[in-house]
Ligand binder design. Structure first.
Ligand code: GLY
Length: 359
């Protein structure tokens, strides 16, 4: 079941006491172990065991999943144990996957420490690992028992990580107005009320209070997930920018010494997919220019070579939203309104990459 997050880590003590867990095991990476663990441990009513991974998307693999299962056994974790996932999307994805399969499922709690984790990865019940460099190929829908979101952890993030998380916030701005149910009236008669109109002017490193922005994103995600928990249809809109973005991310993991972060890759994908939206679903030229300018201002540009296009297309074919041989996209009718399952040809996709590279 979807859990409404608590917006302070101080609530965790009461929660753990109520759960009467036999053991607390914290899954962390070397960064969250160093920078966030102390803060967590002082809120907990009993001692913990810890399992530590190397940071970064490369760690979200089968070897580490086996390592976590092995460590859970080694630590004598029984079915009343709880795994607290302390970290970004890599930790909550692999931790959720391992907890929900270990002994056919033990409880897990997500404690996201990155902006991206707070607004997206830690909520909504997706858990997974990557296979080779293909993203999220093995996993299951499994909801955490609780999620605690505390912006205090954002202070531990390098600037680059914080900015990368902002990509998912921009994504919510671009899909916010999509109707969750058929009956729903148009929600935003005044364009000024749209999240996009507010966040597009912000510099992520200068935002003094994250709570209102995070809450808006979380509310939006919860409404979409409640309507379509297993991504049969509507939930796909949460993947705007991700078809091309995931391909860029896998490609970069493959070839770059310092690979792009997830959010940085999605930023590229959101521009290319805005171009496809302009070509196919009626997004205006002004909106395309607006989206491109905002994203390039915040993220700069990722330079890749045109010969890489075929690799990117190959990765796109692996995207879970596809059926048969088609590559399907979430595209925009206008800023705020998304459509899903829009097929695009290879020629159109290559044209969208050309568009990105000419910016
Ligand atoms: N990250 C997209 C989703 O949770 O559906």
């Amino acid at each position: 079941m979807i859990q409404v997050p608590e917006f302070s880590i101080t609530r965790i003590e009461a929660y753990i006491k109520k759960g009467q867990y036999s053991k607390i095991i914290v899954l962390c990476d070397e960064n969250t172990s160093r920078l966030c663990m102390e803060q967590l441990v002082k809120e907990l009513p009993m001692p913990i065991e810890r399992i530590t991974l190397l940071p970064g998307e490369h760690s979200k693999n089968l070897e580490n999943a086996a390592y976590i299962w092995d460590q859970l056994l080694e630590l004598d974790a029984d079915r009343k144990a709880v795994l607290i996932n302390l970290g970004g999307g890599m930790i909550t994805d692999i931790g959720g996957f391992c907890a929900s399969s270990y002994k056919r499922g033990i409880a897990f709690i997500n404690l996201p420490t990155t902006l991206l984790g707070m607004v997206d990865a830690a909520i909504g019940g997706k858990t997974s690992i990557n296979i080779r460099h293909y993203k999220n190929q093995v996993g299951l829908f499994a909801f955490p028992e609780a999620v605690f979101i505390d912006p205090v952890f954002l202070g531990t993030l390098p600037k680059r990580e914080l900015i990368a998380g902002y990509a998912e916030i921009l994504k919510y701005g671009l899909i916010q107005e999509t109707k969750v149910s058929q009956q729903e009236e148009d929600k935003y008669s005044d364009q000024k009320d749209l999240l996009w109109e507010y966040i597009k002017y912000e510099e992520p490193v200068n935002i003094p209070d994250w709570i209102p922005i995070i809450k808006t994103c979380v509310d939006l995600k919860e409404a979409v997930v409640a309507a379509d928990p297993k991504e049969k249809g509507l939930r796909k809109i949460l993947n705007y920018g991700h078809t091309i973005g995931h391909a860029i991310e896998s490609f970069s993991l493959d070839i770059d010494e310092v690979p792009l972060l997830h959010g940085e890759s999605i930023a590229v994908g959101m521009i290319a997919e805005a171009y496809l939206s302009y070509k196919k679903t009626g997004l205006s030229k002004e909106a395309l220019n607006d989206i491109s300018a905002v994203i390039i201002r915040i993220f700069g540009k990722y330079i890749f070579e045109n010969p890489g296009y075929d690799d990117l297309i190959h990765y796109m074919h692996m995207d879970k939203k596809n059926q048969a041989d088609e590559i399907r996209f979430v595209l925009l009718e206008k800023i705020g309104k998304a459509l899903y399952d829009v097929p695009c040809t290879i020629k159109e996709i290559k044209e969208s990459l050309d568009y990105y590279l000419t910016l």
